[in-house]
Design a protein around this ligand. Structure first.
Ligand code: DGL
Length: 275
């Protein structure tokens, strides 16, 4: 850790768009003293259909940008970038960088009783088999079924959380998993918790839905404690939050205000290709 990185420095959080707000929200709830700088790559969403090389390039650019804000740690609040870029970028920077896949895998292992876990995510995440690798690395007896649900991201980004068309698409993607004997289903894309109530309704009570966000916030807390880097004190009852996007700042702000516990005042658009 650089000696000039301060305890009062913010946490950098990023995603391809609004999905990472489901992780930022858990950080706000569970680490209320921490400041957050969030970046949503709204100009280049979705990441799920992009190549590994591009996802690594995007992640590096965003980390460079977040470093200009003096962040003390970074949370990759995107399963796709966690699965494809985390291993590469985490050793390239001198601050801790954590992802959501490993915490999500651990959270699923904690709830499964029959050792059969489903994972839904983007095409890139499911193709990477990263959840399966991590789950089997911890417990080789567990079986994992992955299913890519690429249309879920645009449905969320377009605010179709409650729309009837979403029910049809959920049925299209999840019919097989519903019939299978999994007892835990990882929402392996940070956009998907925003469809949670519809997915819950569809799969029924016998499948536990696992959102990696809470476990990720707990990982961050542990790391900050271990490094003695927690923000010691703040004015008011929560940290300060700033938001940056690569496009459509107003739309992002509106969306964020509909799901975050605190209203955000400004969202700034930046040119991420400059980093
Ligand atoms: N929310 C992201 C994830 O967790 C990425 C979705 C996308 O851009 O395709 O995978």
């Amino acid at each position: 850790m650089d000696i000039d990185v301060k305890k009062t420095a913010p946490i950098g959080v990023f995603d391809s768009g609004v999905g990472g707000l489901t992780v930022a929200r858990e950080i706000m709830r569970n680490l209320p003293k921490e400041d957050i700088v969030y970046f949503g790559d709204t100009a280049r969403v979705p990441y799920g259909s992009k190549s590994k090389d591009n996802i690594i390039r995007y992640s590096r650019q965003i980390i460079h940008f977040l470093q200009t804000k003096g962040v003390k740690a970074i949370v990759i609040a995107c399963n796709t970038a966690s699965a494809l870029a985390l291993d590469t970028v985490k050793d390239e920077f001198d601050i801790p960088i954590i992802g959501v896949v490993e915490p999500g895998a651990r959270a699923a292992l904690a709830v499964t009783e029959n050792k059969k876990i489903g994972v839904i995510g983007t095409e890139a995440t499911v193709r990477s088999s990263m959840y399966e690798k991590i789950i089997k690395g911890i417990n080789p007896e567990v079986s994992v079924i992955g299913k890519a649900c690429p249309l879920f991201v645009p449905l969320v980004e377009e605010g179709f959380k409650k729309h009837q068309v979403t029910d049809e698409i959920i049925d299209y993607y999840l019919a097989g998993l519903k019939k299978s004997d999994i007892d835990a289903l990882i929402l392996g894309c940070t956009h998907y918790p925003l469809l949670r109530s519809k997915i819950r309704e569809y799969v029924g009570e016998k499948i536990t839905l696992v959102n990696p966000a809470y476990e990720t916030a707990m990982d961050l807390k542990r790391i900050l404690q271990e490094m003695d880097m927690e923000n010691p004190d703040i004015e008011g009852d929560h940290g300060s939050y700033s938001f940056y996007v690569s496009d459509a700042a107003d739309k992002f702000k509106q969306f964020a205000n509909s799901i975050l516990p605190y209203d955000i005042e400004t969202t700034k658009q930046i040119n991420i290709e400059e980093y």
